[in-house]
Design a protein around this ligand. Sequence first.
Ligand code: FDA
Length: 450
Amino acid sequence: MSSIERDVVIVGAGASGLTAATELKKAGLTVAVLEARDRVGGRLWTDDVDGATLEIGGQWVSPDQDALIDTLADLGLETYERYREGRNIYISPSGERRTFEGEIFPVPPKTEHEIVSLIDKLDALVAEIDPDRPWEHPLAEELDEISFRRWLETQTDDEEARLNIGMFIAGAMLTKPAHAFSALQALLMAASAGSFSNLVDADFILDKRVKGGLQQVPLLLADRLGDDVHLNAPVRTLRWDEAGVTAIADGVEVKARFAILALPPVLISRISYEPPLPRRQQQLHQHLSMGFVIKVHAVYETPFWREDGYSGTAFSPYELVHEAYDNCYDGDPRGTLVGFVSDEAADAVFRLSAEERKARILESLSHYYGEKALSPVVYYESDWGSEEWTRGAYAASFDMGGLARYGADLRTPVGPIHFSCSDMAGKGYQHVDGAIRVGRETAAAIIGAA
Ligand code: FDA
């Protein structure tokens, strides 16, 4: 066991921890980053699978994500646009495949009217919410005690409108069923992206990708930090008092004045604290849980949908794969589709054998893109639920009532211990942009106190 002394020990080499470490080092403080895995990046992971470069974790960048965009520029990383030419596909409640252009879904006029009216109502509410302080909204408690599904039921009796609007926050973002989180949590998700309209606009929220993959961000940040990053070093115990901390990881022990826990909040209690964390933290961390989604990649000899005049953008709340996109990798002439299977639908297919699951998922893709979708040359399912150091995807959110009750204390430091993660962000919540933003803010707080 090696023993080292630093100003700050950072637990977790995801985008948030590495950003904090970079900022602290720039300010002249010494750091050690302890990472449990044998790689950096956490939920950012670009890998070669059977000869195809795939983004197993996060990948998209949207135009309002200025913290991420600054970091990309600083690291010299270039972006490219998601392919979006041609018609989009929607599957109706009866299973009919409909195509459309622009943002208006091909639904009956009454449903369309209800969808537009729900988007307007949500945009108006979101405009009143500060994503950094959603609990301060005058109706915060009321909005946090009603599930998003029930709230939608109070707004319209049109089920197709409710399912479509619900899908954009439930299956597509928080990756939990709409009955499992509150209306306030849904509003935070939308406020973190600027508006609800931004979330429904794939051209906004899924705008660009990074050449070389989004994991380049943590990889290049870690390169700059050099020997200050320790891999295969899961922190098991954190001893602390007002004067400082000792982080005890496999193979290395770091004494420091401050610690940053740059972990998904569900993993905070995996570490033993001596003395234990205070009552408030022990309680509040129990009220956050990870969503769950399978990100599926299917690579084909050609992007056949493009040849047929389709953008690749497809969605339906009635399909196992509730959304799918053209995800061709920069420079690869083959065609790649990415699709998502969320929450209870993901539970259901994980009860099947791998072969049956693949068959079900490809069948759902074929409902959008036709028979050719059934025969990919490369097929891969990300399974973040089995990743010990993540335990779900995309990120963590509060249970019913949790955001109003505990949200304000989520990032409050405990003595020398600070907390930093995308799952604790306001703007950029659950996204890499939020991870970077919170990483910078946490570093600034420590620099101010040091
Ligand atoms: P992150 O979880 O990345 O890092 C925490 C680190 O702590 C990990 O490296 C972990 O191994 C380590 N750790 C845990 N316990 C430890 C311990 N005890 N000791 C030491 N280390 C420990 N975002 C986006 O902007 N655009 C997108 O398109 C997507 N899409 C997307 C798809 C999928 C499938 C996923 C899973 C996620 C996304 N996201 C995304 C979300 C995005 O990837 C995520 O918000 C950030 O990468 C989180 O960064 P953090 O550093 O906050 O946590």
